[in-house]
Design a protein around this ligand. Structure first.
Ligand SMILES: [Zn+2]
Length: 352
């Protein structure tokens, strides 16, 4: 009897230890609203019946977004700052001002046994997601960026821009070349696939806006990916971008902005609910910059109607908020450079 008990107990103890070490490693969900300044959040909140899930976040900071030589950043320089921890020139991805290639937090996590994912409502080779896997001197080199994604170790990706992978000038078909990634044709197959690495191209070119019928919703992509990441024994790093809040800003179109914010808000809610049920998870929500110089200049409290004004068709240099929730969220309070997003995540991860 005693022998049988020992045999039964030993595997149990080992399992518990394995579970504890997986549990003690931090999961990171980083959500970036492209062009999502405080006015975009405020406008989206009012239109959303004066509510946003961001009100549930425990810690709030402000991030200084400027590029190394320009007060007004673009998504490449700001994405690189957040992903890799160094300021660089506008247009540059994953390379610093001294022409040194940088390793991103996603790649550092990969080196430490993490599973990783990228989800965007733009093409997956767009500047923000590309900051996490690419090193290229111009964000416009989409085919080169696609090649670098195909050679990366990202485990799950959902985004558009399929044409940069299979209709290329060099005639290569990267989808076929990614033979250890299950590149699926539709979202149902994505959900059903139990491959360790899965890619889903949502659209051949750039996706339409929510107003023009983009589907499924970002929150559904996030939920499906969290189910997969949660089913594995390793911790994970996941970046989710609400890409088109920025495009609404460039168009000076307040309905475009608020509809994209409300979609992003639902994805944030999905991430927050996951963190509420998984205490070793840190959720960070921020922006790369503000777009449009948006201000809410008039409105009504009845029905929360808003009237908006814009100062530019480009980006602005205003600071952007950082919301955090979960384990080590307190690190993200205060005012700091966007490069600190990277350094604070590294500190929270406590690797080695
Ligand atoms: Zn922009």
């Amino acid at each position: 009897m005693r022998k049988i008990l020992l045999i039964l107990i030993f595997p149990l103890v080992n399992n518990v230890q394995a579970q504890q070490s997986a549990d003690s490693q931090l999961n990171i969900i980083l959500l970036i609203g492209d062009g999502m300044g405080l006015s975009q959040i405020s406008a989206g909140m009012y239109v959303n019946k004066n509510k946003t899930v961001l009100e549930d976040f425990s810690d709030i900071g402000l991030s200084k977004t400027h590029a190394i030589n320009s007060l007004v950043t673009d998504s490449a320089a700001s994405g690189t700052a957040m992903a890799c921890g160094e300021k660089t020139y506008n247009g540059v991805l994953g390379i610093n001002s001294k022409n040194k290639k940088l390793q991103s937090v996603l790649e550092i996590c990969e080196d430490h046994g993490y599973n990783t994912g990228l989800i965007a409502t733009s093409s997956i080779v767009h500047a923000t997601p590309a900051s996490f896997y690419a090193n290229v001197d111009s964000r416009k080199k989409f085919e080169e960026i696609a090649l670098q994604l195909s050679e990366s170790n990202v485990d799950y990706f959902i985004g558009a821009g399929k044409k940069y992978f299979n209709k290329r000038e060099d005639k290569r078909n990267l989808i076929k070349e990614m033979n250890d990634v299950d590149v699926v044709k539709n979202f149902n197959t994505y959900k059903k696939s139990d491959a360790d690495r899965i890619g889903f191209f949502t659209y051949g070119d750039e996706p339409p806006s929510i107003i023009n019928g983009r589907a499924p919703l970002l929150a559904e992509y996030l939920k499906a990916t969290l189910v997969k990441l949660d089913s594995r024994n390793e911790p994970f790093f996941l970046m989710v971008e609400g890409s088109q809040i920025d495009w609404g800003g460039h168009a000076n179109d307040i309905e475009y902005i608020t509809s994209e914010f409300i979609e992003f808000n639902s994805a944030i809610e999905e991430a927050l609910n996951f963190a509420k049920n998984n205490s070793n998870t840190l959720v960070i929500v921020t922006a790369d910059h503000e777009t449009g110089g948006l201000a809410i200049t008039m409105g009504k409290t009845k029905g929360y109607e808003i009237v908006a004004g814009f100062n530019t068709g480009g980006h602005s240099a205003t600071m952007v908020p950082v919301f955090s929730y979960g384990k080590h969220s307190e690190l993200f309070g205060g005012i700091y450079d966007n490069t600190q997003i990277f350094h604070k995540i590294i500190e929270a991860l406590d690797l080695n």
